[in-house]
Design a protein around this ligand. Structure first.
Ligand SMILES: C[S@@+](CC[C@H](N)C(=O)[O-])C[C@H]1O[C@@H](n2cnc3c(N)ncnc32)[C@H](O)[C@@H]1O
Length: 197
């Protein structure tokens, strides 16, 4: 199944899970970190997901912690409509994260999280810009749980790499006032917890 075939969102996500089996452990870690952060902050807090895909992660988090106010952003209209059909209590926003999305969202958010999405945005500059937008969207002491590739791939364009080693991420986080730790790594994927200092 092509990676950009969104006609059947559930099958598309299952295909991601088959291609990168390490997603499952990384996803479990991300859910555990977000849930722990919710427990620290209190229930009715604002949480933002970037790049929601078929919405499975958002639904899982809402079933764990039903009182959170969750906003879910993805650029793909099919996926956003699909997510909306699964849980109308989540605010589904169809937006391109390379555009200035921050001003459209009220915030501040206590927690932002993202799974295997930000490498798609186009490279180091836009990743740095996105980290800056996340830092701006977070309230004081807010937490960004970010899971994505932590190793360059052989077919990446060397002139415009999109996947970076953990130390690059930590430096980019630090540049925007986020103190980050890689809390788990499985094969190509890693999960960072970054706190707004
Ligand atoms: C590999 S999928 C991961 C989906 C989901 N987070 C998961 O792990 O199941 C990447 C997601 O990012 C979204 N995406 C890619 N580029 C984007 C952009 N520029 N703005 C918003 N969403 C984007 C895609 O539509 C897709 O849903």
């Amino acid at each position: 199944m092509p990676l950009e075939d969104f006609d059947s969102p559930a099958e598309w996500r299952q295909d991601l899970d088959r291609r990168w089996p390490e997603r499952l452990a990384i996803q479990d870690r991300l859910v555990a970190e977000v849930s722990a952060a919710v427990d620290q902050c209190g229930d009715s807090i604002s949480v933002l997901e970037l790049g929601t895909g078929d919405g499975s992660l958002a639904l899982r988090l809402r079933s764990n912690r039903p009182a959170i106010n969750l906003t879910a952003v993805d650029r793909n209209a099919v996926l956003c409509d699909y997510g909306r059909g699964r849980d109308e209590a989540i605010q589904w926003l169809c937006r391109d994260l390379t555009e200035p999305w921050r001003d459209e969202l009220s915030g501040p958010f206590q927690i932002v999280y993202s799974l295997q999405t930000l490498h798609d945005l186009g490279g180091r500059d836009v990743l740095a810009q996105t980290y800056a937008r996340v830092a701006d969207a977070l309230g004081a002491g807010g937490v960004f749980v970010h899971a994505d590739f932590v190793e360059p791939m052989p077919h990446d364009d060397p002139a415009k790499p999109r996947r970076f080693a953990p130390d690059v991420h930590v430096e980019l986080f630090s540049d925007v006032g986020l103190a980050a730790t890689l809390v788990e790594r499985r094969d190509l994927l890693g999960c960072f917890v970054a706190t707004k200092t």
